[in-house]
Ligand binder design. Structure first.
Ligand SMILES: Cc1cc2nc3c(=O)[nH]c(=O)nc-3n(C[C@H](O)[C@H](O)[C@H](O)COP(=O)(O)OP(=O)(O)OC[C@H]3O[C@@H](n4cnc5c(N)ncnc54)[C@H](O)[C@@H]3O)c2cc1C
Length: 457
């Protein structure tokens, strides 16, 4: 970065331009397995106009730009660039408007999902996309995030009705709007959703909201084998039982969570976690159906609860997944797989993952968003043990290829980042040239998160 650019950024942002090593270190990677790479500077814009001026300047001087939300992504999506700057959106954290009667709102990019739900509670509405981390809505849009409630409420792709995006040349554009549907031209909104900061910076997000259900109930059930648990989940979906969450933990992950939170009255065996949203009577009815289906598949110790505290206790093992695995090693990291397959193939895919983990000799705690056919093997990774990385990667590669064979995808929700570039080529060999030509049109100098998702040249 040349001196003139530094001076201009400093003049524009004053103390919101930082070159301190500790700040650069804090924005050098996400929750992934990569070693940190420090960008030359980190900047903290407060408005669309500031983002526009920064991008224009970087574009004219061909300086790489890494957009940064809350840094919870898992695939090397926010690893820094030693020739570039990282743009943290954290000061753009305002809720701009809420239209409770129309179930929509507009927020700045770094409003987090918990911040938004806190704000909406009084109006009896909520934002239903729930990744396990308290991520920023701009970051969630950029990775096309989903999480535990996608089975009922969809993904970021389905709840975003419009975006404000600053393009690499500094132009500010608005895609979509407040209406539930539109047929007006190309769907630019969903071009930017999932683009992982490679096409522009999302500064505002327009979201669809949902009414808080009259009643929420939770249940858990143990199973003698992972296959029995997954088959139950598959049947719950195939029989059309309305369910808000249906999550699976394998025996290893259950044991890890139990140790981590010293949980009582729960066993280290394959387990399904359910949540029901509806009226009290419909929830009771659906719990009964799910209990029967579970019993048909040798399920036992079926428990349910309706009060918040009891529900949280039932689900604690599920909420502990990521951090309990991370805590297995000193300074441990987590290597998470993320394949997604059609629901009728989920049992085969999970069984394959279990067999391959044994074959590769890797410890394989698992968690699944079973209603979507999406599951993660949450592999503990000790960065001190360099030789293990190759093994984890080979295991992941084998699982990804199996998912592709089953007509699935290499990533259900975490995105591609640096981690899955080679696999994206395998999944979409015919559309990669189209993706590259879109990238070249919007970002001819390749300044936006260069080297992520695919290599341009
Ligand atoms: C414990 C844990 C559980 C998780 N569970 C889930 C889950 O269930 N489902 C799920 O989908 N994910 C999950 N994740 C992953 C993560 O939370 C998501 O990928 C999330 O969408 C990342 O949001 P973020 O704000 O942290 O984005 P970041 O990590 O900051 O950035 C992610 C990507 O988006 C780009 N970006 C960020 N902000 C912008 C912007 N404003 N404009 C343009 N580009 C931008 C970045 O350059 C990067 O490429 C989990 C992560 C953790 C740590």
């Amino acid at each position: 970065m040349n001196e003139q650019v530094e001076i201009e950024l400093k003049n524009l942002l004053n103390s919101r331009y930082s070159t301190s090593e500790s700040t650069r270190g804090n924005y050098a990677r996400g929750e992934d397995t990569y070693d940190p790479i420090l960008s030359k500077a980190v900047v903290f814009p407060e408005s669309n106009e500031e983002v526009s001026k920064i991008l224009k300047l970087c574009n004219e001087n061909k300086i790489p730009v890494i957009p940064f939300g809350t840094g919870t992504s898992l695939e090397g999506n926010v690893v820094g660039n030693e020739k570039g700057i990282t743009i943290s959106l954290e000061k753009m954290n305002k809720i701009l408007s809420v239209n409770a009667e129309d179930f929509d709102c507009r927020v700045q990019a770094c409003v987090t999902k918990e911040q938004l739900n806190e704000y909406l509670r009084e109006d009896g509405i909520f934002f239903p996309i729930d990744p396990g981390a308290n991520a920023a809505l701009g970051g969630m849009a950029s990775t096309s995030a989903s999480g535990t409630m996608a089975v009922k409420y969809g993904t970021m792709k389905t709840v975003i009705s419009g975006l404000t995006v600053v393009l690499p040349n500094g132009d500010i554009i608005n895609t979509g709007g407040r209406t539930k549907k539109t047929s007006a031209g190309y769907n630019l909104t969903n071009l930017f959703v999932g683009s992982e900061g490679t096409l522009g910076i999302i500064t505002e997000v327009h979201l669809r909201l949902s009414p808080i259900p009259e009643s929420i109930m939770s249940a858990v059930c143990h199973f003698p084998s992972l296959e029995d648990a997954v088959m139950t989940a598959q049947q719950v979906i195939q029989y059309g039982v309305p369910i808000a969450r249906i999550e699976m933990l394998n025996a290893d992950q259950m044991g890890i969570s139990i140790n981590y939170s010293k949980l009582k009255d729960i066993e280290a065996v394959p387990t399904l976690f359910f949540e029901f949203h509806g009226s009290e009577s419909s929830n009771h009815e659906n719990i009964k159906i799910v209990e029967e289906l579970s019993k048909d598949n040798k399920g036992s110790s079926f428990k349910w609860a309706k009060d918040l505290e009891d529900r949280n206790k039932l689900w604690q093992a599920r909420w502990d997944v990521y951090y309990s695995v991370k805590a297995l090693n000193n300074n441990g990291r987590v290597y998470s797989t993320d394949v997604c397959v059609p629901i009728s193939k989920i049992t085969e895919c999970v069984k394959f993952a279990e067999e391959q983990a044994k074959k590769f000799g890797v410890r394989a705690p698992m968690v699944g968003h079973m209603g979507d056919g999406n599951f993660h093997v949450v592999l503990p990774y000790d960065p001190e043990q360099k030789d293990i990385y190759k093994k984890l990667r080979a295991f992941n590669g084998t699982l990804i290829r199996k998912a592709l064979e089953l007509e699935g995808t290499i990533t259900g929700e975490h995105g591609v980042g640096l981690h899955k570039k080679e696999y994206l080529l395998e999944q979409h060999p015919d559309s990669i040239p189209v993706m590259k030509s879109i990238k070249r049109t919007l970002d001819p100098n390749n300044i936006m998160n260069p080297g992520k998702i695919f290599d341009l040249n």
